[in-house]
Each structure stands twice: as structure tokens, then as C-alpha cells.
Design a protein around this ligand. Structure first.
Ligand SMILES: [Zn+2]
Length: 531
């Protein structure tokens, strides 16, 4: 039986960006967009062009992706024409495949918040959809507060949805904007909507204020909706959005959905969902939720005891899915098998194919485990992992040695009599037989060290001129007197590639040095610098 296609719409970069404490840089957005593309979502809503400089620059050029890059914004303002609304014009000019408009669908909001008439709001929806279609964009309409609106005035809420649909919008998305709807209500109301608008044109956008965003999304699917909106790790304002990291495995692994529906996420991508989920946490500089369904470290951890031998004999008796399917591990046994396949998958991703029985796979796994135990995190440090793997295979040339470095911080009065703190680094490098000494001052000790390191690499200098550090993050692990510092550095170069490296030490300068060195060596390697 042919399965029906379900579409996944990710809004981590737009709605998720509203999360308290989350501030995405452009580089973050590009990195997350890459993760989403790897995962296989159908749409990546990347932001609100015109609303802030980062979103505007994201949409200032084509971002080639498998997913449809979607720009978010409002329908034309009441009382203006589409061509005379600067917000709408910016949205139409955005380099995007699709445009998602948000419009009010609750008559009360139309009158009170928008201070306009119900008819003018419908006209704004029609005009905006028409203008975006004329620009060749795929169009979606987010019906804000749809469920509350429907409860208050079903005819008007439906009229808003219908206006977009009749004008040719690809999707009409029903939003539970304040997250207060319950699954049975969502199922009933979506069912009613699908009598008027075909389900394969209807989407669900659920918030998690009663912790039922995932359940509400599935309720909508059961009632006929065929697009699910959500975010990675359920990121989002207040209590978050529907968590795609929970929804995807359920769609792929639970027969009730898997037998009926097809999504664009491959089995292989599903096997990387733990890494993607944790990779996002690393970017956000926060610890992954150990108890997250499917992907948490404890999701398949069973306390040893009377169950232990039964689990070893027949894991199915205790687990609702095989943890390997989502790239997770059974906690009870130290599952070398699962670890090995993770490492193999990672190696494949960087273009190294080793036989699964190659002893070097186990050696690399052991090394990764040992390093992770002391604080390294490779899920968000792709370049450091690649270097580790290639070093073990003897594929990383020995470019140069840092014989010594010295970082000095001085506080003194400058010529104007102001108190200033100055950082200076001296680095002594040996390239072949050549000894090079560089000195640099920087904003802070790490910056000084970075500048000195990259000032003169002798015959390798020309290979690193395009190298730029775009981000630097520090996390203190296991606090207290035993505290260890993890530094994550993100770099880019003239080709536009981004890569991340990691360093761990009790000393923040040392941890930074490791991550800087990995970044430079990675750049030399990828530029094909000769040994
Ligand atoms: Zn939302």
C-alpha cells in the first residue's frame, strides 16, 4: 500500500530563536540549517527578513539546501496595498523558496490587536498570498491563534484559512499560538477544517504550554493534517514548540504512523538524530537533557539488577524501540556494537570508509570514549573528530611544532592615564628547520595567542590567510575545585566552509590553544598544504 507523504517544517531558526537565552549568530543559523538539511526536514524556516540584521543577511543570498528555505513575515498591513508595504516588500525580496505569512484568524484579535475589520484582514491575506505567488514563491499561511479563534467564531477562523487556500497557498497552517489547546480539541477542529480544505494542504503548529505539543501534532495528523511544524529539541518561546526530535522517531518507528506515512528522513539520518540533537545543545552551550525521549543519555538506561540478564538476552522485552535506530545506546551494557556503528557512521560522513571489523575502528572508539570521559565533545566538533580519525590513520601531515608559548596579561595606566588591561602572546614555532617567533597583542589572552599563532607560519602562511574565527565558546564542566574547561571554536575560510574544534583542559588558555591548533591544522589539511 502506498504510504501518504507527511511534510516536516522546522522553525528552530525562527520560532526557536525566540527561546529565552538563545541568540543565534549568522554562523549558528547556517550550522543549524546544515544539521536540519542532514536530517531531511522538508522546510527550514530561517527567520524574519527585515526584523533584525542577522535574519536579513541570512536571506540576502541563496542558501542552497535540499530543504525549502522559508522566510517568515506578516501579511500586508491593513489599509495599505501590498506594493506599498515595506515589510512585505522586504519579505518578497528575500532569497527564499517559500514564504510563510502569519495572519490573525481570531476575530477578537483582528478587532482589538489589529484594529481593523474582519473583511480587511481577509483582503490582506488574499493580497499577500497573491503577491508572493506572483514572485514565484511557495506560500504558507500561519493562522495565528487558530484554535482559540475557531472556538470563538468558527466561521471567521475558517474564512481566514479558506482565503489563503482559495488564493493558492500551498499550506494553511493551524497554530495553537498560546499552546493551550488539548489533543481532543485539536483532533476535532482539524477534522472540521479538513472537510473544507484538503488535509494535504493543512499543517499544524503546536506550542508546548500544557506539555502536549507533540500529542497535539499527532492529533492533527490523525484528523488529516499533513504538515507538522516544530523545532529541534522543542526549542521555542515560553515552554517551547513541538519537538521534532521526538516526533520524527515516532513517525519512523511506530507502525501506526510508519505504515501509513512517509517522511523525507532516511533511516540513516534517523540514526544520527542523537548527534544532531546534542550538536544543537553544544552550539547553545548547554547540557543535553539526559531524560529526553529517544535521544537522552538515560532514554535507554535501565538499572542493573534482576532485569539485567533479561535485557542482555532479549532487549525487546524492556525497550520500546531499539536504541540504535536513533543512534542512542543501551546504558546497561557498554554497547561496543552501537558505539562502533556510530563511529563508522561518522567516518563515512567525512569520507573515510573502513571495514566494521577493522581494529582501528575499535581503537578510535576507545580513544573517543576516553576523551569524552574527560570532557571532549565531538558531536559539535566535527573538525576535531576528523583530525583524531585521520591522525590515527596516519593521514595528517606533521606541519609544524609549537616549541613554546607565553601569554602575559598586564594591567597598567596608558598614556592618557586610563586603566587598561593588555594581553600579549609570544609563540615560538618550528617549521621544518626554520624557527619562527611571533608576538601579538590582543583583546584578551586567547585573542593574543590566536593572533601570534597565525602571524607567521612560514611556508604555510599562504594556506591560512583566509582562516577566520567566527565563534568561541567556553563551558565549565563538573564545577568546583575539579573544574575542567571545554572550549569550542568555530572557524570559517574563503570557501565559506565552517568547522568546529574542541579543546579541554583545567586551564582555559591551554584548552583554547588545543582548539586553535586543531582549527589551523584542519585548515592546512583541507587546503592540501604539503607536509
Ligand atoms: Zn509559534
Amino acid at each position: 500500500m502506498a504510504r501518504e507523504r507527511l511534510y516536516l517544517f522546522d522553525t528552530t531558526l525562527r520560532d526557536g530563536a525566540q527561546t529565552n537565552g538563545v541568540d543565534f549568530t549568522l554562523a549558528d543559523k547556517l550550522a543549524i540549517a546544515g544539521m536540519l538539511d542532514e536530517l531531511g526536514v522538508d522546510y527550514v524556516e530561517a527567520g524574519y527578513p527585515g526584523a533584525n540584521p542577522i535574519d536579513t543577511s541570512f536571506f540576502s543570498e541563496r542558501r542552497p539546501m535540499r530543504a525549502r528555505v522559508t522566510a517568515f513575515g506578516m501579511t500586508r498591513r491593513p489599509g495599505r496595498s501590498a506594493s506599498n508595504d515595506p515589510g512585505l516588500v522586504a519579505l518578497l525580496d528575500a532569497q527564499a523558496d517559500a514564504i510563510c505569512f502569519v495572519a490573525k484568524s481570531w476575530d477578537y484579535h483582528v478587532r482589538i490587536a489589529l484594529e481593523t475589520t474582519e473583511e480587511e484582514n481577509l483582503a490582506a491575506i488574499r493580497d499577500s498570498v497573491r503577491a508572493a505567488k506572483a514572485k514565484g514563491r511557495e506560500v504558507l499561511l500561519d493562522c495565528e491563534h487558530f484554535f482559540d479563534g475557531y472556538k470563538a467564531n468558527p466561521a471567521y477562523a475558517l474564512a481566514c484559512a479558506k482565503a489563503a487556500y482559495d488564493e493558492g497557498a500551498r499550506w494553511v497552517v493551524l497554530c495553537d499560538t498560546n499552546g493551550g489547546a488539548l489533543p481532543h480539541e485539536v483532533e476535532d477542529i482539524v477534522g472540521e477544517v479538513c472537510k473544507v480544505i484538503p488535509g494535504d494542504r493543512v499543517g499544524i503548529h503546536a506550542h508546548n504550554d500544557t506539555e502536549q505539543a507533540v500529542a497535539n501534532s499527532f492529533a492533527a495528523i490523525r484528523a488529516g493534517a499533513r504538515q507538522i511544524q516544530g523545532t529541534l529539541n522543542g526549542l521555542g518561546e515560553r515552554c517551547g514548540n513541538a519537538n521534532l526530535v521526538s516526533i520524527i522517531p515516532t513517525l519512523k518507528l511506530k507502525p501506526e504512523y510508519a505504515d501509513k506515512f512517509e517522511i523525507n528522513v532516511s533511516d540513516a539520518a534517523l540514526g544520527r538524530i542523537v548527534r544532531i540533537s546534542h550538536g544543537l545543545d553544544e552550539l547553545l552551550n548547554r547540557a543535553p537533557d539526559r531524560h529526553a525521549p529517544y535521544v537522552g543519555e538515560s532514554a535507554f538506561a535501565t538499572k542493573a539488577g534482576i532485569h539485567a540478564s533479561a535485557i542482555v538476552k532479549e532487549p525487546k522485552t524492556y525497550e520500546h524501540i531499539a536504541p540504535e535506530r536513533v543512534g542512542n545506546k543501551r546504558k546497561l551494557l557498554v554497547s561496543d556494537q552501537a558505539g562502533r556503528s556510530n563511529v563508522l557512521a561518522e567516518l563515512e560522513r567525512i569520507g573515510l570508509s573502513l571495514d566494521k571489523d577493522d581494529p582501528r575502528v575499535m581503537r578510535l572508539l576507545d580513544e573517543v570514549k576516553e576523551r569524552e570521559a574527560i570532557g571532549y565533545a565531538y558531536e559539535a566538533a566535527d573538525a576535531s573528530f576528523e583530525l583524531l580519525a585521520r591522525r590515527m590513520l596516519g593521514q595528517v601531515p606533521h606541519y609544524f611544532d609549537v616549541e613554546k608559548f607565553d601569554v602575559n596579561i598586564e594591567q597598567r595606566n596608558n598614556a592618557k592615564g586610563e586603566r587598561v588591561t593588555v594581553s600579549q602572546a609570544v609563540v615560538k614555532i618550528k617549521v621544518g628547520d626554520e624557527e619562527l617567533i611571533s608576538v601579538a597583542e590582543g583583546i584578551g589572552p586567547v585573542n593574543a595567542l590566536d593572533l601570534a599563532l597565525r602571524k607567521d607560519l612560514g611556508k604555510y602562511q599562504s594556506f591560512i590567510t583566509g582562516l577566520t574565527l567566527t565563534d568561541y565558546r567556553v563551558r565549565i564542566l563538573n564545577g568546583g575545585t575539579q573544574a575542567v574547561t571545554r572550549v569550542l571554536i568555530e572557524s570559517t575560510d574563503e570557501t565559506g566552509e565552517h568547522w568546529r574544534t574542541v579543546g579541554v583542559s583545567a586551564n582555559i588558555i591551554d584548552a583554547s590553544f588545543q582548539a586553535l591548533m586543531d582549527s589551523i591544522v584542519y585548515k592546512l589539511m583541507k587546503s592540501g598544504a604539503p607536509a
